[in-house]
Design a protein around this ligand. Structure first.
Ligand code: NAD
Ligand code: ZN
Length: 379
């Protein structure tokens, strides 16, 4: 089958790899219909992780079931399914508590937790930027869709990762109706956090970035755009909140190698939020900070660490939640909002491409080329 394969830093190729197949009785095999490029792929694409040469990318996956293992009870051939990026078993200590993001059995390293398709340090599972994908524990890891699956394909595919992830940021921050919310980052994840805060009834949503095209997408759903290349974002948030600070903050940036302002302070967004969020407010951090960047100027970035202003955070009595999103916790209710036309996450899709065009799309998405916000691949 054809797949998008990692060759080395900033080098992917579309090539033939062995077909994905059923390996265990609980597996299902999915023919990919849509698979996205994610900001998380860039940590691997840019060469800051242990992602091995020859591995296939793709953890934001949707498709049609073409084969099921003997032990699969619920999922049937022909079902249209969207696949949470977390691969989880459903029966370990963490999965039982809904923490499928930290599954203890699908990750081979006993001191680690959490597995994903086509990802560094999260098991050696194949990615979905290919024609076929093996889905372990298929009854647990495939969310079935209704009759409108194809018609709303570019909406439902966002349930695999970024829509639940943006929602998770607002959950960890504690967003409730009437809140003011500041979001760091107007990438796909930040835009989904803005959508989620709006769905939850936030009174004011402020999104900070420096790309006008991405900020314009935030404005399309009623958020206030703050361009931090032109204005101090902390002051802008204080001005919008009568000097109090926002009730909640969402970190949707993580480690970025290409800060156009040449700023390699890995904690810039966290410290912006600590200062822009009010005393006793909440912060949810979904941006990924772990990749180690040997090429960074900053010593902490070299080690995958961030120097956050814990003193101010502590003094203000703020709370902060961090980590991967447990997609399964939210994806049914977000699916049903899409089905009911109450959420349309596809408004951020900028490019729909074939598998063959993937290398060029990675280049443009990585460079944040004007207008390249979210790429969906149609294998
Ligand atoms: P992206 O790289 O496309 O978007 C990041 C945005 O942040 C860009 O628009 C960039 O201009 C902006 N930015 C950079 N520095 C900034 C700063 N100092 N202040 C404000 N904005 C700044 O990526 P994405 O797809 O939106 O993903 C964002 C992050 O979320 C990544 O770290 C990704 O790995 C992570 N992520 C986490 C999870 C999870 O489960 N926790 C899931 C998906 C993605
Ligand atoms: Zn993703």
């Amino acid at each position: 089958m054809k797949a998008v394969v990692y060759q080395g830093p900033r080098d992917v190729v579309v090539t033939d790899v062995p077909d994905a197949k059923i390996e265990r009785p609980t597996d299902v095999l999915v023919k990919m219909t849509t698979t996205n490029i994610c900001g998380s792929d860039l940590h691997m694409y840019e060469g800051r992780t242990s992602f091995e040469q020859g591995r296939t990318f793709g953890h934001e996956n949707m498709g049609e079931v073409v084969e099921v293992g003997q032990g699969v009870e619920k999922v049937k051939v022909g079902d249209r399914v969207v696949l949470p990026f977390n691969i989880s078993c459903g029966f370990c200590k963490n999965c039982e508590r809904g923490l499928t993001n930290y599954c203890l059995t699908t990750q081979p390293d006993p001191s680690a937790a959490g597995a994903a398709y086509g990802f560094a340090d999260m098991g050696s599972y194949g990615g979905g930027q290919a024609e076929l994908l093996r889905v372990p524990f298929g009854d647990h890891n495939a969310l079935r869709l209704g009759e409108d699956a194809q018609e709303k394909e570019n909406d439902y595919v966002m349930l695999s990762d970024i829509f639940p992830t943006g929602y998770h940021a607002t959950e960890m921050a504690g967003v409730i109706p009437g809140d003011s919310v500041v979001i760091a980052g107007a990438g796909p994840v930040g835009l989904m956090a803005a959508l989620s805060a709006t769905i939850k009834g936030a009174a004011k949503v402020m999104v900070v970035d420096r790309h006008p095209d991405r900020l314009a997408l935030a404005e399309q759903i009623g958020a206030i755009a703050i361009d931090d290349s032109k204005t101090d974002p902390v002051q802008a948030v204080l001005d919008e909140t009568m000097g109090l600070g926002a009730d909640r903050g969402c970190e949707c940036v993580g480690y970025q190698a290409h800060d156009p302002q040449g700023n390699e302070d890995t904690a810039a967004t966290l410290n912006m939020l600590i200062n822009a969020v009010r005393f006793t407010g909440g912060i949810g951090t979904v941006g990924v900070f772990v990749p180690q960047d040997p090429g960074a100027k900053d010593d902490l970035a070299k080690q995958g660490k961030a120097a956050i202003d814990f003193g101010t955070h502590w003094f203000k009595g703020q709370t902060m939640g961090n980590g991967q999103c447990p997609v399964k916790k939210y994806n049914r209710r977000l699916r049903d909002l899409i089905a009911a036309d109450k959420a349309k996450p596809s408004w951020i899709v900028s490019h729909e491409i074939s598998l063959e065009e993937a290398a060029d799309a990675y280049r443009n998405f990585d460079a944040r080329s004007e207008g390249w916000t979210k790429v969906v691949i149609k294998p």
